[in-house]
Write a protein that binds this ligand. Structure first.
Ligand code: NAP
Ligand code: HSE
Length: 422
C-alpha cells in the first residue's frame, strides 16, 4: 500500500468535493488501487468554510508555508482558482518537490511554461485532468490512449455553464439571466461568469486540449472567441423550427501543412448530430486520430463531484508514477490560420419592398457565397424577416458580406450571424 499525504488549497465547490471523495471513498481507493491518500492540511480564506465541511481543526493550514514546510505532504491540490496567489502557491509547491494537481485552466492556459519549469526544477509533477471537461477523462485519453495517432481534430461542448443555459432557454423557456443564476447556484459557473458566457473558459480549455492533441502550443491569443451573451430566445426558436440546436462549440484542427485552426463560438448543430443531445451541464468531445478514427467522450463537464472525481484520479495517477509526467510542447507554437470555413445562418430585418431580396442575394453572389436555403416572413407592416442559410464558405467572405448588408438600402437590421455545422 502506498501511503500519501495530501494538502488542499481552496475548499469551495471543487476543493470541497475533493475533500468529500477522499474522506468518503478513501477505503475504496486504497483497496482498489493500493493508494491510501490522506488529506492532512486544508487551506482556505475562511475557517467557517472548513468547519462547515467537517474538516477537523488540526488540519487547518494558516498559510501556504505550513503546507510547503510539511515534508510528509507529497501532493498539493490547488482549487482556489484565479491567477494569483494560485500561481505563486503552485510554483512554491512544485519547487519544493511536491506534485500539484490543479483544476485551474485559466492559469494553465496563460502560464503553463512557467509552471512546468518549476515542476522540472523541483523534480515534481503537474497534473490537470480536472481543468478540462469536468469528470470526463479527456486529458488522460489524449496522453495515455491515443499515442498511436496523429490527431487532426478536436471538437465539442467543453463548457457546462453555457450548455446548461442554452438547454434551459431552449427546452424550458428560461430567460438567459434566470438560467445563468441556476448554473451559478449549482456550482457550474466560474467566480466571474463572464469567463463562461463570453467563451473565455472554453478557449482556455481548447488551448490546453489542442496543445496536447497537436503536440504544439496553441496560444490563447490565436483562438477565435465568441460567447453566447448576445444569443436571443428568438434565434434558438428559429433554429429549432429548422431542425437545429444551438451549442457553444470549441473546434481545433491541425492542417496537413502544419498550420492549425482554433475557435470557440455558438453554432447551430443539426438535431441528428450527437452533440445536439448533449444537454444541461453535460459535455462531449470528439477526437479524431488517423488510425483510431473518431472517439467521442461524454459526461458531466462541471460541478463539485464530477470535477473532484478527476482531481482524485490525478492524485492516484501521480502516486502510481515512478517519474513525473512531463507535458511540454516540444514542437513550439503553431501558426494559426486567421480564416476558416463553415456554413452560416443569417437573420435580417428588411423593408418589405420590391427588389430588396434581389439586392441582398447580389451581395452574397458578389462575395462568392452560395445560398443554400432562404425563408421570408412578413413580421410587421412593411417589414420582413429574412433567414438565409449558406453553403460552406469562408468566414472572411461572410464578414465582407455582412459589412455590405449593414449599409445596404432596405436592410433595417442584421440581427444574427451564426455558424452551422453539418
Ligand atoms: P470556488 O467555489 O469559488 O472555490 C474556491 C475556494 O478557494 C473558495 O473557498 C475561496 O474562498 C478559496 N480561495 C480563493 N482564493 C483563496 C486564497 N487566496 N487563499 C485561501 N483560499 C482561497 O471555486 P470552484 O468552482 O471550486 O473553482 C475552483 C477552481 O476549479 C477554478 O480554477 C475553476 O476554474 C476550476 N474548476 C471549477 C469547476 C466547477 O465546476 N466549479 C470545474 C472544473 C474546474 P472565498 O470563497 O472566500 O473566495
Ligand atoms: N465553469 C466551468 C464550466 C467549470 O461551466 O464548464 C468546469 O470547467
Amino acid at each position: 500500500m502506498k501511503k500519501i499525504k495530501v494538502a488542499i488549497m481552496g475548499l469551495g465547490t471543487v476543493g470541497g468535493g475533493t475533500y468529500e471523495v477522499l474522506t468518503r471513498n478513501r477505503d475504496v481507493i486504497a483497496s482498489g488501487y493500493g493508494v491510501d491518500a490522506e488529506v492532512v492540511k486544508v487551506l482556505d480564506r475562511s475557517e467557517d468554510v472548513l468547519v462547515s465541511r467537517g474538516v477537523p481543526a488540526e488540519k487547518f493550514a494558516g498559510n501556504i508555508d505550513e503546507i510547503i514546510k510539511d515534508d510528509d505532504i507529497s501532493v498539493v491540490v490547488e482549487t482556489m482558482g484565479g491567477l494569483e496567489p494560485a500561481g505563486t502557491f503552485i510554483i512554491k509547491a512544485l519547487k519544493s518537490g511536491k506534485s500539484v494537481v490543479t483544476a485551474n485552466k485559466e492559469l494553465l492556459a496563460k502560464r503553463f511554461d512557467e509552471l512546468e519549469e518549476a515542476a522540472k526544477e523541483g523534480g515534481a509533477g503537474l497534473y490537470f485532468e480536472a481543468s478540462c471537461v469536468g469528470g470526463v477523462p479527456v486529458i488522460r485519453t489524449l496522453t495515455d490512449s491515443m499515442q498511436a495517432n496523429r490527431i487532426t481534430e478536436i471538437m465539442g461542448i467543453i463548457n457546462g455553464t453555457t450548455n446548461y443555459i442554452l438547454t434551459k432557454m431552449s427546452e424550458d423557456g428560461l430567460t438567459y439571466a434566470a438560467a445563468l443564476k441556476e448554473a451559478q447556484k449549482l456550482g457550474y459557473a466560474e467566480f466571474d461568469p463572464t469567463a463562461d458566457v463570453e467563451g473565455f473558459d472554453a478557449a482556455y480549455k481548447l488551448s490546453i486540449l489542442a496543445s496536447l492533441a497537436f503536440h504544439t502550443r496553441i496560444p490563447l491569443s490565436g483562438i477565435y472567441r465568441e460567447g453566447i451573451s448576445k444569443v436571443t430566445p428568438k434565434d434558438i426558436a428559429v433554429g429549432r423550427s429548422m431542425g437545429y440546436t444551438l451549442k457553444l462549440l470549441a473546434i481545433g484542427r491541425k492542417n496537413a501543412d502544419g498550420s492549425a485552426e482554433a475557435r470557440v463560438h455558438p453554432a447551430f448543430v443539426p438535431e441528428s448530430h450527437p452533440l445536439s443531445s448533449v444537454r444541461g451541464a453535460f459535455n462531449a468531445v470528439f477526437l479524431k486520430g488517423d488510425f483510431v478514427d473518431e472517439i467521442m467522450l461524454y459526461g458531466r463537464g462541471a460541478g463539485a463531484h464530477p470535477t473532484a472525481s478527476a482531481i482524485v484520479s490525478d492524485i492516484i495517477y501521480c502516486a502510481d508514477r515512478e517519474e513525473p509526467l512531463r507535458l511540454d510542447f516540444k514542437n513550439g507554437e503553431a501558426s494559426l490560420a486567421d480564416d476558416f470555413s463553415s456554413e452560416y445562418y443569417l437573420s435580417l430585418t428588411v423593408a418589405d419592398k420590391p427588389g430588396i431580396l434581389a439586392s441582398i442575394t447580389k451581395v452574397f453572389g458578389d462575395c462568392g457565397i452560395s445560398i443554400g436555403k432562404m425563408q421570408q416572413q412578413v413580421s410587421a407592416a412593411g417589414q420582413a424577416e429574412i433567414i438565409i442559410l449558406t453553403h460552406t464558405t469562408k468566414e472572411s467572405a461572410v464578414r465582407t458580406a455582412t459589412e455590405r448588408l449593414e449599409s445596404l438600402g432596405g436592410v433595417k437590421k442584421l440581427n444574427t450571424t451564426l455558424r452551422v455545422i453539418k
